[in-house]
Design a protein around this ligand. Structure first.
Ligand SMILES: Cc1cc2nc3c(=O)[nH]c(=O)nc-3n(C[C@H](O)[C@H](O)[C@H](O)COP(=O)(O)O)c2cc1C
Length: 370
């Protein structure tokens, strides 16, 4: 019912306004609702879904369900108090960078409804890490909370400068201590910060330099690395191989945005008229699923695989889980289907898992390859 109202009444109105403004409106409304006990309880009463079949303990963290908010939606930590009420199982804030960056010139967001995709051209808009951390002085959200860290979007003379910026951010978040896990975002396409660099994180040498420097810090919480979507399976495996020896790298998230406008999922007219940026949603799904499978099959328990890209319903999420994802994340499905889609996906997942004869989600992970 709520999903129906969102799609038939709320969304058509919201989609008349520029996507940047609607995103801002969502964040501020969510923040207001989260600060108010009445609205939190009201939303919980209609949108909170719990089922033991979805509960797991992964890397010491209790997840009430496997579906998290991916990086990019709540980049300024506005939604910490409200997301548990709408059935998210965990929540990544960010990507946040050490120094503030006001973002690229507007429009930073756009819609491709026929392609079930969003155009993203934010360039790591961030209020800067210190500002975000000052908002998180106590963790009262009640679901596992993570932060995604990326390199400040500015020109660097060499890769060492970029690594130093990332290490400074990690020093700050480790000291702050309120997060349950960290994400390291190396894969945002189209940032000016990688222009002119000889070594880059998308090659084993540059990636190894980054991990080497980070290993001098006491990374005391699970760290997941947000990976490139459009690398081949062998290129991806060669990066994962570099991470194997760094015990504090606990997993990978597959994956970030699509850059390639020839991706066959795009509606032709929509993609031809799209502005500058990269794309989320359905065009990411198949590539994401393939990478989940390949990395799960090769490394099994060494890395926790997180599937991200094109999840709109329980079946989409379950496909990633059966390919080897222990957790899944989403952004775009929520924008198109509305906030009630989170509890719906969890409900559908619980049914799919039960119908396959499993007692708990953990038995379904990687089911295709058992
Ligand atoms: C508006 C928007 C902003 C995003 N910003 C980030 C970001 O800052 N950091 C990041 O790691 N991924 C970012 N992403 C990518 C998403 O986290 C995700 O990998 C991608 O959108 C695929 O998932 P989806 O199809 O469920 O949206 C962004 C995506 C969207 C739609």
């Amino acid at each position: 019912m709520i999903g129906f109202i969102y799609k038939k009444i709320v969304k058509p109105i919201l989609f008349k306004f520029p996507a940047d403004d609607v995103h801002h409106f969502f964040l501020k409304t969510g923040n207001f609702f989260g600060r108010n006990k009445f609205t939190r309880n009201f939303l919980s009463s209609i949108l909170l879904y719990k089922n033991q079949i979805l509960e797991q303990k992964i890397l010491g963290i209790n997840f009430s369900n496997p579906l998290g908010l991916a990086a990019g939606f709540d980049y300024d930590a506005d939604l910490i108090d409200i997301l548990p009420s709408i059935s998210f199982g965990y929540h990544t804030v960010g990507t946040v960078t050490n120094l503030p960056y006001e973002g690229n010139p507007r429009p930073m967001l756009g819609r491709l409804p026929k392609s079930k995709s969003l155009l993203v051209n934010k360039g790591f808009k961030s209020n800067g890490l210190s500002s975000v951390l000052s908002k998180i002085n106590k963790k009262n959200g009640g679901i596992p909370l993570g932060i995604s860290i990326g390199a400040t979007n500015m020109p660097y003379k060499n890769i060492e400068g970029m690594i130093e910026d990332i290490c400074t951010s990690f020093e700050k978040v480790i000291k702050e201590g309120n997060f349950d896990y960290y994400e390291l975002n190396i894969s945002c396409p189209n940032l000016i910060n990688i222009e002119n660099l000889k070594d880059k994180f998308d090659e084993p040498l540059g990636f190894g330099m980054l991990l080497n420097k980070l290993s001098y810090l006491n990374i005391n919480k699970p760290l997941f690395i947000k990976m490139y979507l459009e690398k081949s399976e062998s290129e991806t495996i060669s990066l994962c191989d570099v991470a194997v020896d760094y015990k504090w790298v606990k997993g990978f998230i597959f994956a970030n945005l699509v850059k390639d406008r020839k991706n066959k999922v795009f509606d032709k007219e929509e993609i031809e008229s799209a502005g500058k940026g990269n794309f989320s949603g359905k065009p990411t799904e198949e590539l994401s699923n393939n990478l989940v499978s390949e990395v799960y099959k090769k490394y099994r328990d060494r890395f926790v695989v997180v599937g991200c890209g094109g999840i709109f319903n329980g079946k989409d999420a379950y496909e990633k889980i059966k390919r080897g994802a222990s957790l899944v994340q989403m952004v775009t499905g929520m924008v198109y289907e509305g906030p009630s889609v989170i509890s719906r996906i969890n409900k559908e997942l619980a049914i799919l898992i039960k119908n396959d004869g499993h007692k708990n989600i953990s038995e379904a992970i990687g089911a295709y390859y058992k």
